[in-house]
Design a binder for this molecule. Sequence first.
Ligand code: HEM
Length: 245
Amino acid sequence: MRSQFKIAYSFLKPIIEKRVEDLRKGITLQAEPDDLLQWIIKEAPLYGKQEANPHAISMRLLAINFAAIHSTAILCTDCIYDMASLSANVQPSFKTVTDQLREEAMAVFPSSSAIDKRSLPKLSMLDAFMKESARLRLSGGLAMIRMVTNPNGWTTSDGSLWFPKDSLIGFPSRPMHLDNGVYKDPMQHDWTRFHHYQQQSPETDVGETLEKFGLQNQHIVSASNDFFVFGVGKHAWYVRSHLDD
Ligand code: HEM
């Protein structure tokens, strides 16, 4: 790990120094890079000298790269395995899930046109498929692990439990995702599960109709109290909204 960091740091240090220097000189908005490294560089001084130096900035960038790469690589791998196993042993006269997802992709991105990021939300079957794979495969025993930092400890909002400082608290993720009171046939990979919910809402009136069914949060990137894959609350993976943009 340390030797990998050293290699990365040797690449990043001159780039960071140059960017800091450009900011000092007053770079124009048009010329300024709009990327994660620049956001980190600009934010770092708010957290003091120990954060506003090339070493700390590099560490932060690499930590985010790690968070971004391992999670997406695991989910994509799980989806490919699920697609393969669900498509095996299907009678030739029936369409496999892979056929259906391919058809959706071809309809949204006809081969003659370039892939447009803004059209990605139209891949609703793929979204539902990935969410179902994530529900089954991507959750560990505990999610949202937090440490009590208040010297007086922390009391739950209903007053029933008190945790001293330095306690570690987590919420059961896999048990929630496999609870048959929450999800029907929870052990089944039913890739139409979330798609069905999404389809209950006419496109013109998505918010209102989903709300009526209590199903506002059916897309994979929506955190909710019964889907913990991206966490919930203050530390839920909000970076995704930047990526959506
Ligand atoms: C399938 C993809 C991903 C999954 C399943 C995932 C999952 C998670 C989870 C469970 C958390 C903890 C939330 C909590 O403690 O409540 C988290 C935090 C975080 N994730 Fe991801 N993530 C994914 C992709 C990414 C990507 C692509 C990035 C960066 C580009 C990223 C950056 C982060 C960061 C910075 C945090 C910390 C947020 C904070 O503590 O405030 N993640 N992610």
